[in-house]
Design a protein around this ligand. Structure first.
Ligand SMILES: *Cc1c(COP(=O)(O)O)cnc(C)c1O
Length: 398
């Protein structure tokens, strides 16, 4: 129930938030309005790939802000042309449409696949997605998601998203019919708790979709932009999807997302797609600064190294405290807690000045900046170690 006396009442109450107001960020750290410092292993939900307020992004924004903010999406602008060209040069795709959020990019991918079905597959429109998948919070992307908690919400949903099981090719095969136009998945299911599709499954899915003339759509909103140690996750599997969506890290902290497609799949016609702020030069200038940085081989190498260090530290914690597996790739990792203690660990870490995330009750997810330092990883692990020690002692007493 709305509570008019609550100090934060003017904002819709859409999630439980700590009553803390953040005022400043720098690299791996955030500060609140009381001056307390937090080590951030969420980074805006895998958004700040270069940490908080990185100079390269801040400078690019400041320079572009003085030059041109929005000429209108009816006209070309320099930063969006440059960024599209750079994304194409660094991927297997030929064309880009910019969006303002991941959900909007995915909504675009869904529309593009349906358009392809209308043009090339006799009106086929179904897109096979996966149980546990997360694709955003618009009506169509909630419908495409396989998140249990979404099921009863906002009925009736958008139809045409039958759900298969991750890493189970037969479950995909069983859903293919002449109504099918595409298969869409996250290479690592992030919100579900960091559950990776195997490289073998991705390869098999690519072969299967080719065999049936279906589009393969990868939602790399969380896994893209270097998060898993390659610029895009699909590279690990050595496949070339038809459509990819990017968000989160692509703007380095500002709202930018992208829909990419191969020449073959890129079939929008005038009037099919657009948006007032799409491809605005301000956000694209930030995107250019980010891509320039993140696409460098030595940067990706340092991300891989940081990921391996974090993984081995988490494995050490797991062994020491009798926890479960460490999953994921690069700097998108989860620690299986084996017990539903995620929320209490997150709350304790918050009190101790460390920001962690528990996407599922029995798992912690780690998504630090891609340039996270070893001593920052060590500081987080030390905090978590102390919390787990206390929690273990409490359980033994109970
Ligand atoms: C975060 C996320 C989205 C939604 O992006 P928004 O910018 O929040 O709309 C979609 N897909 C995946 C895999 C995500 O992680």
């Amino acid at each position: 129930m709305p509570n008019a006396t609550h100090p934060y009442h003017a904002q819709m109450n859409i999630t439980a938030r700590p009553q803390t107001v953040f005022v400043k960020g720098e690299g791996a750290y955030l500060w609140d309005d009381k001056g307390k410092r937090y080590l951030d292993f969420m980074q805006g939900w895998a958004v700040n790939c270069l940490g908080h307020s990185p100079a390269v992004v801040a400078d690019a924004l400041a320079a572009q802000a003085k030059l041109l903010l929005t000429p209108s999406p009816a006209f070309y602008n320099g930063p969006s042309l440059k960024l599209a060209k750079a994304l194409v040069a660094n991927s297997c795709f030929d064309q880009v449409f910019f969006a303002n959020s991941g959900a909007e990019a995915n909504e675009g991918a869904i529309k593009l696949a349906r358009k392809y079905g209308a043009l090339h597959r006799g009106g086929a429109h179904e897109i096979i997605t996966f149980a546990g998948g997360f694709h955003g919070r618009t009506l169509a992307t909630m419908s495409a998601s396989g998140k249990k908690a979404f099921e009863p919400l906002f009925e009736p949903k958008v139809t045409g998203f039958p759900k298969a099981q991750l890493n189970d090719l037969d479950s995909v095969k069983r859903l293919i019919s002449d109504k099918t136009v595409a298969v869409m998945l996250e290479p690592i299911q992030g919100e579900a708790g960091v559950w990776p599709a195997t490289d073998q499954f991705l390869k098999a899915l690519r072969a299967l979709t080719r065999e049936h003339g279906l589009l393969l759509i990868v939602d790399e909103i969380q896994t893209g932009m270097g998060r898993t140690g390659k610029l895009f996750h699909y590279e690990h599997a050595g496949i070339e999807p038809d459509i990819m969506t990017l968000g989160k890290g692509i703007g380095g902290g500002v709202p930018l997302a992208a829909l990419l497609a191969t020449e073959h799949a890129s079939c929008f016609e005038h009037g099919d797609q657009g948006g007032t702020f799409n491809g605005n030069p301000l956000m694209c200038a930030a995107g250019l600064a980010v891509l320039d940085h993140v696409s460098k081989p030595e940067f990706l190498k340092s991300t891989v190294d940081a990921g391996l260090f974090l993984e081995s530290e988490l494995q050490r914690l797991s062994a020491r405290h009798g926890l479960g597996e460490v999953r994921g790739r690069g700097l998108l990792l989860a620690l299986d807690l084996k017990l539903p203690i995620g929320a209490s660990i997150v709350a304790q870490a918050f009190a101790d000045g460390v920001l962690l995330n528990s996407p599922q009750p029995d798992a912690l997810r780690f998504m630090p900046a891609l340039n996270v330092e070893r001593d920052e990883i060590a500081e987080m692990v030390e905090c978590l170690d102390a919390i787990l020690t206390k929690a273990g002692a409490a359980r033994r007493v109970a």
